[in-house]
Design a protein around this ligand. Structure first.
Ligand code: ZN
Length: 119
């Protein structure tokens, strides 16, 4: 390998290294963006989970101590705060302006906590 060849080889290697570095920088930026998204979602879910836990605790406390009508009021409150209160989707978020026929039934026909004669 003469001097020229050796010099060219070094330049080639440097160019390759530069390309790799550029690709890695792009990947790093993409990963950072993904991480930010995940962290934001995590914060949102943490808050939502806390609210849900509080709401469920409130529901359980009231169901244990008070009459069904109050329990239903709480269900209704939860429902209007945007959470399912039906057995099928209990605790899940309702989409904006979504209504759920099962939630209505849970609130207004008292299928929870009171077994009707119809079964
Ligand atoms: Zn529902």
């Amino acid at each position: 390998m003469n001097d020229d060849q050796q010099r060219n080889s070094i330049y080639d290697n440097l160019a390759r290294l530069g390309n790799n570095l550029s690709e890695m920088t792009d990947e790093l930026a993409a990963l950072k963006a993904q991480l930010n998204t995940v962290l934001a979602q995590n914060a949102e879910l943490t808050i939502e989970n806390k609210h849900l836990q509080e709401a469920i605790k409130k529901l359980r406390d009231q169901r244990g101590e008070q009459q069904l009508s109050t329990g239903r009021r709480t269900l209704n409150e939860l429902y209007h705060q945007g959470f399912h209160v039906c057995r099928k989707h209990f605790g899940e978020r309702l989409a904006p302006n979504e209504s759920c026929i099962f939630c209505d039934e849970a609130i207004f026909s008292g299928m929870d906590g009171q077994q009707s004669k119809q079964g």
